[in-house]
Design a protein around this ligand. Structure first.
Ligand SMILES: [Zn+2]
Ligand SMILES: [Zn+2]
Length: 493
């Protein structure tokens, strides 16, 4: 039986796979994202249904109605772990300026943008004590749903989105106009984390979070006197995912219609990136963060599509995106019947709540500027070509093989090394190339001078030492072996 629907006689079965992942023994990335399950009682035992985590956060949320084989069920309970609910709570501080997520002791300022950690303008709480990672939900059959319940559910849940970069895996660049004016700031994060927090029903303005009987796992008001003791209020539900993300900050937002400008830019970039890189609609997703100052894009497909990192690597990346965007928004071939936006350009079922905001005319001036733009990496304003020339200069003049390897990296369009011939003091060792920002990789290019047995022994000791002392991954390329194939591990950087 897989992770999806299946018959079962007990509420909880033991899946080693699920257990190891939950306990962190398996790396979260390149690993199937485990769905959340709900137990539906049936006459012959019960069934599990599962949903992707972000969907489950709403669908399996307390008191939501689940339809299954023609019957109505209400989510009534959460699984209580052996160690108790209290041990599961996370203490979380979120920054409403940029969307950054912090776990553990409360923080007063944001680690990412330095802004004060404080509630947002909708009075969403920034510092939360009871945040419960979502567990298997248990539903109970409900024949009748009261009008009151239906009314409350109609408005849905209040869900906020947050992110955090993986340590050392963040890279930034600026998109500049032809005159050198910065237009967009880009920050790419490989294997970053995205969190979503369900803060309760939107309709319950006076009540934050959910009520939970921590002894039984039942959601909602206490069922008897005894339950009041173990009742917790202001409980929030949380799910997370690991994916490659790109945060885009538009640097010149018009004062008028700024909200509409940002929303339109979000969907225009999303649609244009999908068109240029031939992605399916569900492979790239986006959201506005920090009260509309930042746009968060993420590769929603499992393992990632590997597209977002390319937007920082290629100087002309945003020229192509702007070109596709102008085409999609009918600026190349005018469409009279499209006033602000239509289903052929920017509107979709997914962005229906933003339809009133989307207006393609607001972003036309920015798209025109992007058409002649250049992506400038964080190497002191150098383009990829300039950076390549600089690295060539830094290689060992006596080793032609190093330059052959660098040329291959450059021509394949891989991320360029962060340094050449740089000493790593901790291991007293100088690899030919190193990657520091996205992953720690040290490359050694062994030309014919490394062929003698003595030299090879010495190399081995030096590289083992590097591996043990610094955690660098060592990539040894020998001139007389198939080094081209080995290089492909750099493709994922
Ligand atoms: Zn922040
Ligand atoms: Zn249109």
């Amino acid at each position: 039986m897989g992770l999806n629907e299946g018959k079962s006689n007990s509420e909880f079965e033991f899946y080693p796979y699920r257990y190891f992942a939950a306990e962190g023994f398996l790396p979260g990335f390149n690993f199937p994202r485990l769905p959340v399950r709900a137990y539906i009682p049936t006459e012959d035992g019960g069934e599990f249904i599962s949903r992707p985590r972000t969907v489950a956060l709403r669908e399996f949320a307390p008191s939501n109605i689940v339809y299954y084989e023609g019957s109505k069920f209400m989510v009534a309970k959460t699984k209580v772990p052996v160690s108790g609910i209290d041990s599961q709570y996370k203490r979380v501080s979120v920054c409403f300026n940029c969307g950054y997520f912090h776990e553990g002791n409360f923080r007063d300022t944001c680690e990412n943008c330095d802004a004060a950690i404080k509630n947002d303008r909708y009075e969403n709480i920034a510092k939360l004590t009871r945040v419960l990672p979502m567990e298997t939900a248990i539903a109970r059959r409900r024949e009748r749903i009261t009008c009151d319940e239906e009314e409350r559910l109609k408005y849905g849940y209040n869900v906020t989105t947050h992110f955090r970069y993986d340590s050392q895996k963040q890279e930034s660049a600026t998109v500049q106009s032809v005159e050198g004016t910065p237009l967009l700031r880009l920050t790419y994060g490989a294997t970053a984390k995205i969190w979503r927090i369900n803060r309760g029903l939107k309709k319950n303005i006076d009540e934050r979070g959910f009520k939970l009987d921590t002894k039984t796992g039942f959601w909602g008001d206490p069922r008897n006197e005894q339950a009041t003791e173990s009742l917790h209020t202001e409980v929030n539900l949380m799910v997370n995912d690991t994916c490659n993300i790109l945060v885009i900050e538009p640097l010149s937002v018009p004062v008028e219609n700024s909200e509409a400008f940002i929303a339109t830019l979000q969907y225009t970039l999303e649609t244009a990136i999908q068109a240029v890189y031939k992605l399916e609609a569900d492979e790239l997703d986006s959201e506005r963060l920090g009260e509309g100052k930042y746009l968060l894009f993420w590769e929603a497909a499992e393992g990632g599509a590997g597209v977002l990192s390319q937007l920082l690597e290629k100087p002309e990346a945003f020229q192509k995106i702007a070109n596709a965007a102008l085409d999609i928004c009918h600026f190349n071939q005018p469409k009279e019947s499209c006033v602000q936006a239509c289903y052929e350009c920017l509107l979709s079922y997914r962005n229906q709540f933003d339809h009133a905001l989307i207006n393609r005319h607001y972003i036309k001036p920015l798209l025109d500027q992007l058409l002649a733009s250049k992506v400038v990496g964080n190497f002191e304003g150098m383009s990829r070509e300039e950076r390549y020339q600089q690295l060539l200069q830094q290689t060992d003049p006596n080793s032609n093989f190093e330059r052959v390897v660098l040329q291959e990296i450059y021509q394949r369009g891989y991320k360029l090394p962060d340094a050449a011939q740089e000493l790593i003091p901790l291991a007293n060792c100088k690899p030919d190339f190193i990657y520091k920002t996205n992953a720690a990789i040290a490359i050694f290019c062994d030309g014919s001078v490394h062929d003698s047995p003595d030299k090879r022994r010495q190399d081995q000791i030096e590289r083992d030492n590097l591996r043990y002392n610094t955690g660098y991954t060592v990539l040894t390329l020998r001139h007389d072996q198939d080094w081209e194939a080995k290089l492909s591990i750099l493709a994922s950087l």
